[in-house]
Ligand binder design. Sequence first.
Ligand SMILES: [Mn+2]
Length: 341
Amino acid sequence: MIPEEDLKLIRSYLEKAENPVFLYDDDNDGLCSYLLFKQFCGKGKGIIVKARPHVDKFFVNRINEYNPDIVFILDKPIVFDEFVENVHVPIIWIDHHPVQNVEGVKYFNPLSYNKDGHGMSTTYWCHKIVGGSLWLAAIGTISDWVVPEWLDEFKIKYPDLIDDEKTPEDLLFKSKIGELCQIFSFFTKGKISDVKKNISLIEKIKEPYEILNGTSEAGKKLIKNIEKIRKEFNNLLKKAVSKVSKDNLLVFTYTNKKYSFTSDLSNYLVYKYPNKFIIVGRERGGEMKLSLRSGKYKVRDILEKTLKQVKGYGGGHEKACGSNVPVTEFSKFIDLIKKET
Ligand SMILES: [Mn+2]
């Protein structure tokens, strides 16, 4: 848990900010963290950090263009020193991935206080800091497989978005809020110019029904923008499900130049087949970009062990990880994991 006084401190930084820049992860948790902070400040600039777990030098110039007085980093597991050394305003970093030690930033991570506690999600903490739209807080939190203690409050406000679902799995795959989570994850896929358009449309949305029922222009436009992506996803999902066998290991790989669906596919598969070790891979530029999931196996431990014998990198949560492995190493990677299942 992040202590109350730290939450207040972060809030005071937001209140004082004249021109904040928000760097955020490209998943729902990162996006909703940003949306809540932007909503609270009513000013500043958001920069989405796509397709990499780290914040590196590349973002220094992008940030300096906006001449910010403060930088917030949301839901990114890694920040390189080369970034911190070249940004000359305060950096506030809020995250819930394994604790990092980086000099020169104000770092807030619930796991710093209790290594074995639950990190919840970054959106969960951002909501505690600024309040704001409860439905955005719910999307960011539930998408990270976290059930907030205010779920009942949410249910009273949006009775048609949740039934009796109580677990993250049921919320994500059986309820209307889960449908929204899926729609949201499509908003950040594809070309950065398309993603930026989607995000500025989302910033205009006040209630989820604008998207779900197309009751506003922005909502209608958003649904239209993701039509093609949704179709591609559903096609891939069908193919992935057809790969299911008696094996404990389920491997599904695909090539798609435009969109990454690895985490969406693996999340659905682990819900359907919790006892399997699931690996979904997207081949790109000589690398396999992987999402690993399981309800049964200790994914992170097995991944760490495997990466000692195979080139590549990766990490994440105990039962949900991401990894990059050269295509040439992929079959060895699979063989090693197979031995663990
Ligand atoms: Mn997160």
